[in-house]
Design a protein around this ligand. Structure first.
Ligand SMILES: NC(=O)C1=CN([C@@H]2O[C@H](COP(=O)(O)OP(=O)(O)OC[C@H]3O[C@@H](n4cnc5c(N)ncnc54)[C@H](O)[C@@H]3O)[C@@H](O)[C@H]2O)C=CC1
Ligand SMILES: O=C(O)C(=O)Cc1ccc(O)cc1
Length: 309
């Protein structure tokens, strides 16, 4: 096995993403020591029982002490608080990173707590599931998937390369972009689709003339795919929408306009408009499959076999 990339990595927040990173670090022999911190006692107990790290702590600052790399894997809304906790404990030359689904707001909330002797390299793995917690993670989660880095214009090149090497070691492909561009792109490809899923499932559940039992009974249709996404973690997604507000509202405005056009096409029987759109969208799905980017993979068959690894 290759030399470890890091002597000591600290993971703050040992949920789906943090625990998948911990498992991936072990799989690749990427860090000599893995220290975990989580504020939730049950998460700490599970992390210890699953052997996800060498040390499992309640205190984020203590976990960050002496670490070469600290990865904040908490919901977006608390990343600033966590940065304030770990900031004073980071050694000069340490790298601070995160995995948040939103980048601009995280940079604004974490940035002020990062000393000039510390390198801040924000990251976002484009891989996940609707599950959360330390038991939900698996080492293969990032294999073949993208991770986006959004370093600042003056970021230390060696630190950016170290974070790139980390994600490649975890199996991912790496792209770099500005936080503003990231937030716009992921508003349309991830955040708005989740909002649509939450909305359609909520609407179906509220319909008085369709009983709850019918929603469940006949959900083997397209609705079922929405229910998977709408089962995603409420805290995580609340924080995503509150922290990527402008980009989500911009994309939602466009979405609502296009939906209204579809509504008109249905009302006026404009079948060719519907047919033209459905033909274009079918081609997009085929492109995604051809490029090996069919990442939704709801059954994640391999997950069962890797639980606890
Ligand atoms: N779930 C997904 O599919 C993906 C999530 N992300 C991002 O990853 C981050 C984590 O998401 P998940 O792992 O899914 O969440 P999760 O809910 O599975 O895990 C979050 C963990 O953080 C801990 N935590 C919360 N506040 C804390 C604090 N102040 N100090 C220490 N620990 C704290 C919780 O106890 C929990 O164990 C989020 O920022 C999310 O936007 C990124 C890509 C995919
Ligand atoms: O489970 C799904 O379908 C996802 O879309 C996973 C996901 C959720 C949030 C992210 O920021 C990145 C990936």
């Amino acid at each position: 096995m290759a030399e470890p990339l890091f002597e000591k990595v600290a993971i703050i927040g040992i949920g789906l993403i943090g625990s998948s990173i911990a498992r991936g670090l072990r799989r690749g022999g990427l860090s000599s020591t893995i220290v975990i911190a989580d504020r939730d006692e049950h998460a700490r107990e599970r992390a210890a029982a699953l052997g996800l790290g060498d040390l499992v702590l309640a205190d984020s600052g203590e976990a960050a002490q002496g670490a070469d790399l600290v990865i904040v894997c908490t919901p977006v809304g608390v990343c600033g608080t966590v940065a304030a906790e770990v900031g004073p404990h980071l050694k000069p030359g340490a790298i601070l990173s995160d995995v948040g689904s939103v980048k601009g707001a995280i940079i604004r909330s974490m940035g002020p707590h990062v000393a000039s002797s510390v390198h801040f390299v924000p990251a976002h793995p484009i891989a996940g599931t609707e599950d959360s917690g330390p038991d939900a993670g698996f080492a293969e989660l990032f294999d073949g998937r993208w991770t986006i880095l959004t370093p600042g214009p003056d970021a230390d090149e060696a630190a950016v390369e170290a974070v790139r090497a980390l994600w490649e070691g975890l199996g991912a492909k790496v792209d770099v972009m500005t936080p503003e561009h990231h937030d716009l792109v992921f508003a349309i490809v991830s955040h708005v689709p989740h909002l649509i899923a939450y909305n359609i499932v909520g609407t179906a559940a509220d319909l008085e003339d369709v009983t709850q039992s019918e929603v469940i009974k006949y959900s083997a249709s397209g609705f079922r795919d929405f229910t998977r996404i709408a089962a995603s973690d409420p805290t995580m997604w609340r924080d995503v929408f509150l922290n990527n507000r402008d980009a989500v509202l911009q994309m939602l405005g466009r979405f609502v306009e296009d939906l209204t056009a579809l509504q008109r096409a249905i009302r006026w029987g404009e079948g060719d408009k519907l047919f033209e759109l459905f033909t274009r969208t079918r081609a997009i799905r085929r492109d995604i499959i051809e490029q090996g980017q069919d990442t939704a993979a709801p059954d994640f068959g391999r997950r069962g076999s890797t639980k606890g690894s």
